[in-house]
Design a protein around this ligand. Structure first.
Ligand SMILES: [Zn+2]
Length: 79
């Protein structure tokens, strides 16, 4: 588990579709709201709408072009 020292809110993205955007969506086995957990930083990235944590320990520059979907509120976020 990464040690989180800072929370950064992502930016809202009103509409996303699979044909045009590369979506990172919650999996069926996922517990909680975190879509991706890495050991690259001490930052959690939070949903633009409800501020649930979607990424933990990730660096956004290593996740280019992704749209993140929140399992708590269904909203989409981008860096
Ligand atoms: Zn949310």
């Amino acid at each position: 588990m990464p040690l989180i020292r800072e929370h950064v809110r992502l930016h809202g993205f009103p509409q996303a579709d699979r044909a045009r955007h590369q979506l990172l969506e919650p999996s069926a086995e996922q517990e909680g709201t975190v879509l991706l957990r890495r050991e690259e930083s001490d930052v959690a990235h939070d949903c633009a709408t409800c501020q649930a944590s979607l990424l933990e320990g990730c660096r956004l520059d290593r996740l280019p072009g992704l749209v993140f979907r929140c399992s708590a509120c269904g909203g989409y976020s981008i860096p």
